[in-house]
Design a protein around this ligand. Sequence first.
Ligand code: PHE
Ligand code: NA
Length: 444
Amino acid sequence: MAREQWGTKLGFMLAAMGSAVGLGNIWRFSFVAGNNGGGAFLLLYLVFVFLIGIPLLLAEVSIGRKAKSDVIGSYQKLAPGTPWFLTGFFGVFSAFLILSFYAVVAGWSLYYLFHYITGDFFQAPAEGGYEGAFGGFITQEWQPLFWSALFMTMTIVIVFSGVKKGIETANKVFMPLLALLLLALAGVSLSLDGSMEGLSFLFRPDWSALTQPSIYVQALGQAFFSLSLGMGALLTYGSYLSDDKRLPGAAVGIGLMDTFFAVISGIVIFPAVFAFNIDPSSGPPLVFITLPSIFEQMPLGGIAGLLFFFALSLAALSSAISILEVPTAYFMRLFRWSRTKASVIVGVIMFFLGISVSLGFGIWSGITPIGERNILDSMDYIASNILLPLGGLSMALFVGWYFTKATALKAVDFGDNVIGNVWYGLVKYLLPVMIIIIFISSVL
Ligand code: PHE
Ligand code: NA
């Protein structure tokens, strides 16, 4: 059977942007920025996105487009008889880790959507407000699992329906919608009393935060997670791209779009965090408490909330399918499984892994695999801060050192000119060095 392909370059762009823009921009970005002091974190994050993220994104997509295979097969094909393919296993493994918690959080988003449809969340619940309602929900056993199962089912159905139709069309509609809603929310959030404090938290770096070694790993991990980098999601999407589509513009577009969503959601969240006296370091629940409080202050806020959680759920869905696609493509090739069989089996395993994540907020909250981190935070830590950067490091080394310079430049559609050489220098030297230094400093 011929390998599938994107209908158009725009289809690829939308799918890749759909992969990038997701819970990472709104949910993960705000709590990681909140935990790491705000402004200094944002600055580092932006530096990493532009210096490491976008150049690497280009490299990752080009590996897939050149090899036309999954994350493991691509290395086997381009570097036969070498151990390079082993790094592809990081990607497949990260996909299992990430989607199993991603689906739990996406389930929370569906739960909110449902309560905006019924109207229950138009006003803060009488007892304990939104904070109480959220805490009461995530600590239960069955309810969150139900929503996560529903989300995973939708993800599987889209993945087995094939690469093109579903993903391409959904993305065209919801991305502009999400952007509009976020801009409207930013307006409301900025008008709240005390919003200035939030803005200065986000935009006025507290330089002393930079002496904290963990902020570097966190910012790097956030850049990788948010750009869908280092796991092979974009490599796999790139493998459905024909050689005549130019890559550099696409890579920059994807990176800018993702950054836009992260910065806007920071402008939405932090003014509200300070206006409503919420602790910016309250971790993963942060947006689920802040956002509804903003909607409540807004004219037609109930409707806005409904549309917002609809758009957020779709954004999560278009990211989740790109994660599921990584092991699905691998197992389809490895075991000659059909797309349906591969996606169902992988998705079901991920759902079962996710059960522990969900229970980690309730009856299993005493289980803290890494330091003080609960199950979600631990899985997220390993995947985002360790596996994704290592996967990215390996991609940079592969393109920078295994390829010849001419091959590398050709793979990404650059000529041997200034831009091409800057990119090549970044990927070959600066990026590996930076990733390694950040690693070593975080361990010391
Ligand atoms: N980039 C996605 C987000 O921000 C998550 C993701 C991570 C997708 C890794 C694919 C690979 O939500
Ligand atoms: Na993102």
